[in-house]
Write a protein that binds this ligand. Structure first.
Ligand code: URA
Length: 215
């Protein structure tokens, strides 16, 4: 069955370098060290695309030749919000682009009785409501954890939220865009479907286990 979602809320980051790195990432024979490095590199490409529309301002610069007006970032503050634990693997790649960004952590786990995800750990910068938030998690599967993390940020007054993942399932894109129509999603791949165990197919397996070698 085809799952449809609002494609205007989704940006596919499909650069040849991204596709190449992603094919290596998907390979079950790729080891932990290389997997972790590739997640970091793919997060950088993802973040580059997600920050394409950051506001800019004019700045006067004295070059060795003359003085002229150029552009610089308008100082809009950023926060990277990894969803524990796999999201941590994407943080350094984005910090490579914006080293002064703050990092807020959010841990989600599924209640064993109700099966509903709930947060077990949250630590955000105090001024989180003033920041553009880049929520990061490599796999957008059902969308449940991302939805919880994003609604937690909305409750704290965050207006501009961007969701960055590496592989998304159509089911997760549909669910997340319906729950929060103002969030924009950046992903390096949109895969076929979720299997009965909620793994993305063809996917890459359990991203957290592959990043941390806990298979
Ligand atoms: N989380 C993962 O790590 N992999 C999947 O395929 C789905 C959710």
């Amino acid at each position: 069955m085809t799952v449809t979602y609002d494609a205007s809320r989704v940006t596919l980051v499909d650069h040849p370098l991204v596709q190449h790195k992603l094919s290596i990432l998907r390979d079950k024979n790729t080891g932990t060290n290389q997997f972790r490095q590739l997640v970091r590199e793919l997060a950088l490409f993802d973040g580059y695309e997600a920050m394409r529309d950051l506001p800019m301002e004019d700045v006067e610069v004295e070059t060795p030749i003359t003085t002229a007006t150029f552009k610089q970032l308008a100082g809009k503050k950023l926060a990277i919000v990894p969803i524990l634990r796999a999201g941590l693997g994407m943080v350094d790649g984005i910090l490579d682009l914006v080293p002064s960004a703050r990092v807020g952590h959010i841990g989600m786990e599924r209640d064993e009785v109700t099966h509903e995800p709930h947060e077990y750990y949250c630590k955000m910068p105090k001024d989180i409501d003033q920041r553009i938030c880049l929520v990061v998690d490599p796999m957008l599967a059902t969308g449940g954890s991302a939805e919880m993390a994003i609604s937690y940020l909305r409750e704290r007054g965050v207006k501009d939220i961007r969701m960055l993942c590496i592989v998304a399932a159509p089911e997760g894109l549909k669910s997340l865009t319906e729950k929060d129509p103002d969030v924009h999603i950046y992903t390096c791949a949109i895969d076929d479907h979720l299997n009965e165990a909620a793994y993305i197919v063809p996917g890459l397996g359990d991203a957290g286990d592959r990043i941390y070698g806990t298979l």
